[in-house]
Design a protein around this ligand. Structure first.
Ligand SMILES: Cc1cc2nc3c(=O)[nH]c(=O)nc-3n(C[C@H](O)[C@H](O)[C@H](O)COP(=O)(O)OP(=O)(O)OC[C@H]3O[C@@H](n4cnc5c(N)ncnc54)[C@H](O)[C@@H]3O)c2cc1C
Ligand SMILES: *[C@@H]1O[C@H](CO)[C@@H](O)[C@H](O)[C@H]1NC(C)=O
Ligand SMILES: *[C@@H]1O[C@H](CO)[C@@H](O)[C@H](O)[C@H]1NC(C)=O
Ligand SMILES: *[C@@H]1O[C@H](CO)[C@@H](O)[C@H](O)[C@H]1NC(C)=O
Length: 326
């Protein structure tokens, strides 16, 4: 559970928790770009881990979290920075079926070459006292003229759509977030499950309106297409396309911290219902994205038995007394 507002994201947690970005389809998780870690082991010894020195530790650090030492330097492989085309549009909930089908179709196309990313979210807004769909369409190669978003763009918008070209620094400049979230859940790319998520969101909103009043909260429920990579995450099991689903509520009135547990319970219960539904139709996925996981989740345990054993073996080798709680 995160208190609101939570602000700027640190490099350490992002790189140790994998790191997804608009560039993920082309360049993988942020941790996939790390070529060398300098870390302080529990013994106090300062070591490097990379592809040739301590390659076992190097592999374990790619998604294995902060269980082996304190990383004092990350050496990253870089790629040329291009400006991003960022398109935003808001769409009425009556078009949710068409948007979900468009998200599923987008997820099934390989976007790596074209540099596209799509983030769609359902949000309840206290100002309009209604939910809407908010879509962010990104091209990381600064191309404004691609056709990848046509199926989403065929839906009428609530306000004129905007498109701008931003530097990476500009686009990353507004990431403060005040949110209480539960999850995340990974599902196979299955429109039935996304529709169920949308229905469950509406019942969460009704529930929160009754508990808090219509102006005291907003919500966010994201669908994030997910790529795989050469790391500890075990995303090759099975190699299907995935949607990372994250749900949260934001309390918008001051001094509402005493409401956090009650609201968190409601969001967590919704996430459980979604997981149960996804399981019942065979579209639940074991993977728990670590950088989004709350305390109730076991992201490392979700990587598959072989990877979990590797993490345990490496922890035993480099931290024999169990100083770090692996
Ligand atoms: C506003 C916001 C936007 C976000 N956007 C994204 C996003 O676009 N993509 C994404 O993937 N995630 C995103 N996240 C999630 C984010 O990646 C995680 O919250 C991440 O853990 C933040 O890292 P931190 O170093 O700031 O956090 P911290 O809480 O400081 O660290 C997280 C964990 O890592 C450990 N740790 C940190 N640094 C080190 C180190 N050097 N050595 C060893 N252990 C260390 C800490 O002990 C802690 O257990 C977002 C979060 C927020 C709040
Ligand atoms: C890997 O670590 C070794 C040992 O510290 C070091 O000599 C070498 O330069 C490192 N390689 C990279 C790519 O950082
Ligand atoms: C998009 O524009 C680029 C030049 O900026 C051009 O090379 C490309 O063919 C165009 N693509 C489409 C789909 O129109
Ligand atoms: C980020 O936002 C702040 C405050 O709005 C502004 O002063 C700063 O110039 C912005 N930085 C970039 C790189 O856009």
């Amino acid at each position: 559970m995160k208190e609101n507002p939570v602000g700027v994201v640190g490099v350490g947690g992002l790189l140790l928790g994998d790191g997804v970005s608009w560039h993920t389809a082309r360049t993988g998780f942020a941790c996939d770009s790390v070529v060398d870690y300098e870390l302080v082991l529990a013994s106090g010894e300062i070591v490097h881990a990379n592809a040739t020195a301590r390659s076992d530790l190097f592999r374990a650090l790619k998604g294995g979290g902060s269980n082996f030492g304190i990383v004092t330097s990350f050496h990253l492989e870089t790629f040329p920075a291009t400006d991003l085309v960022v398109g935003r549009r808001s769409i009425g909930m009556e078009h949710i079926d068409a948007v979900i089908d468009a998200v599923a179709a987008f997820t099934d196309l390989d976007q790596a070459y074209h540099g596209n990313a799509l983030l769609s979210a359902i949000q309840y807004r206290p100002d309009t006292e209604a939910s809407m769909i908010s879509v962010t369409e990104i091209n990381t190669l600064n191309r404004a003229n691609n056709t990848a978003f046509d199926a989403v763009n065929r839906n009428p918008t609530l306000a004129p759509a905007t498109t701008e070209s931003l530097t990476l620094a500009q686009s990353a400049n507004s990431s403060a977030l005040g949110v209480l979230y539960a999850g995340p859940v990974t599902i196979a790319n299955d429109p039935r499950v996304m529709r169920y998520c949308a229905e469950q969101h509406e019942s969460l909103v009704e529930d929160l309106k009754a508990a808090l009043g219509t102006k005291a909260f907003s919500t966010i429920l994201d669908f994030q297409p997910l790529a795989s990579g050469a790391n500890m995450l075990g995303l090759e099991r099975p190699p299907h396309n995935r949607i990372l689903f994250v749900a949260g509520a934001i309390l918008t009135t001051p001094n509402s911290a005493d409401r956090f547990p009650q609201v968190y319970q409601k969001v967590a219960a919704m996430v459980q219902r979604i997981e149960a539904f996804a399981t019942s139709v065979g579209s639940h996925d074991e993977f728990v994205y670590p950088a989004y996981a709350d305390a109730a989740r076991d992201p490392l345990g979700s990587y598959g038995a072989v990877n979990v054993q590797h993490i345990r073996d490496v922890a035993k080798r480099y931290d024999p007394d169990g100083f770090f709680p692996a």
